[in-house]
Write a protein that binds this ligand. Structure first.
Ligand SMILES: C[S@@+](CC[C@H](N)C(=O)[O-])C[C@H]1O[C@@H](n2cnc3c(N)ncnc32)[C@H](O)[C@@H]1O
Length: 423
């Protein structure tokens, strides 16, 4: 079946029509004519596989990775990086205009990643039998890989390193997670399907097998609910990141921004929104280890970070002391309970950096009904939930003042943006 691709949509696929019905096709470019095979038929759309490209776009390139299309990690390796960024910008514009109902929307700034490959400081490898790699697209089957072009060099070497440890392990782990900070300190997590009492290899062996950068290892059990439980650790489970004048401790179970070339750009963008005056109180919701909280402290008398992960809060408190930032404090709390803190502290500004699900209605309503809040800086990794939330902020008289797109995830469909809302 032949399809002409109109445009790419959020999720990485191209959109076309088959007999008047919308269809989605992966690994294509706008204006291409392609041959497809229907794999799933729904009421209002069909999902297709790409069979061949009949009329290629002039932008089409050969994907550099031999696993592209088999491995589910990348969506856009057939597109030159500059074009990927243009496409993401169009998708962001379209999503915010359509779902966020914003007229005459314009993206004020686009910040591409300095490097479109080797940017990731973190990876989660799946293990089954002798296979080590990532899941195939829409499947639980593992693509056995020996390299991933998105990974920082020491992590990339670590793929084979993990594979080489397997014959020496008494029980087989199901996943190995590697994280390597910008100071080249690597933390490794082995996830088991059940409780184990001891791990047969010491740090010395793991450094020989995986990387000389390994500093600490955590052994975990995957619980039936899907979450992991830390069983025990080996070595030092803290790594450090240095971003301009701030040093962050990031423990093995804390989040840190994944694109090592974009962390300082993200921080500087957020800081830029607070340079206009001295604030009394800023609240940073979903603060992680204080990545954004600590840099904005210089613009406020007080800054309060809120975060649910207890390890991240321990790191954030450590980082506050490590950097001698006395006007920052951190509270371990679920974001839904932060309404009480907003009520009590009456901040002038809020930073939010939620997971893909975006903000709860309850939090937005609280921000809307708190007159002291003049400004919301929203860091989003999902344009759809961002657009939904912008709509809700309108009820509090917030207006969209600026939109920046920061490409955190080159070669993938993911879109990160930073928006400013003001009353
Ligand atoms: C996208 S990260 C952002 C972290 C931080 N702003 C940064 O730049 O590193 C989201 C953070 O939200 C936290 N989080 C997830 N769900 C949460 C919830 N319901 N309440 C509070 N924090 C939550 C995660 O632990 C994670 O640290």
């Amino acid at each position: 079946m032949e399809v002409k691709i109109k445009k790419l949509v959020y999720g990485g696929k191209g959109l076309g029509k088959i007999n008047g019905k919308t269809c989605f096709v992966p690994f294509v470019l706008p204006e291409e004519t392609v041959e497809v095979e229907i794999v799933k038929e729904k009421k209002s759309f069909v999902e297709c596989d790409l069979v061949s490209v009949i009329e290629p776009s002039p932008y089409r390139i050969d994907p550099p990775c031999k696993y592209f299309k088999y491995c589910g990690g990348c969506d856009y390796q057939h597109i030159p990086y500059e074009k990927q960024v243009d496409i993401k910008k169009e998708i962001l514009e379209e999503t915010l205009s359509r779902i966020g109902k914003i007229e005459n929307l314009k993206i004020d700034k686009v910040i591409p990643s300095m490097e479109p490959f080797r940017y990731r400081n973190r990876t989660q490898l799946k293990i089954y039998g002798e296979k080590v790699g990532f899941y195939k697209r829409d499947s639980k089957e593992i693509v056995n890989i020996d390299t991933c072009l998105l990974l920082k060099e020491d992590l990339d070497k670590g793929i084979n390193g993990v594979r080489n440890t397997l014959p020496f392990l008494t029980f087989q782990p199901v996943e190995a997670h590697l994280y390597s900070s910008n100071q080249d300190e690597m933390l490794v997590k082995f996830i088991y399907p059940r409780r184990i009492k001891r791990f047969p290899l010491g740090l010395k062996h793991l450094r020989q097998f995986i990387s000389k950068n390994v500093k600490g290892v955590g052994i975990y059990r995957r619980k039936p609910d899907g979450y992991t439980e830390r069983l025990f650790t080996i070595g030092n489970i803290f790594a450090f990141e240095k971003v301009e004048d701030i040093t962050y401790r990031v423990s093995i179970d804390s989040f840190f921004q994944v694109n090592r070339f974009q962390v300082s750009n993200l921080i500087n963008e957020v800081k830029g929104f607070f340079k206009d005056k001295k604030y009394k109180t800023i609240i940073d919701l979903y603060c992680g280890v204080g990545t954004l909280t600590l840099p904005v402290a210089e613009f406020s008398e007080n800054v309060i970070g809120i975060e649910s992960n207890p390890y991240a809060i321990q790191d954030a408190n450590h980082n506050r002391k490590l950097n001698n930032i006395k006007n920052a404090s951190f509270i371990r709390m679920e974001s839904r309970d932060a309404v009480s803190i907003i009520e009590e502290k009456r901040p002038e500004a809020i930073i939010v950096d939620p997971p893909r699900t975006g903000l709860s209605k309850k939090i937005i309503e609280k921000i809307n009904s708190t007159p002291s809040i003049e400004k919301v800086v929203y860091v989003s990794c999902n344009p759809s939930t961002l657009a939904r939330d912008i709509n809700l902020f309108k009820e509090g008289n917030f207006k969209l003042k600026s939109v920046s797109m920061i490409d955190m995830f080159p070669q993938t469909y993911h879109i990160e943006s930073i928006i400013l809302l003001e009353r």
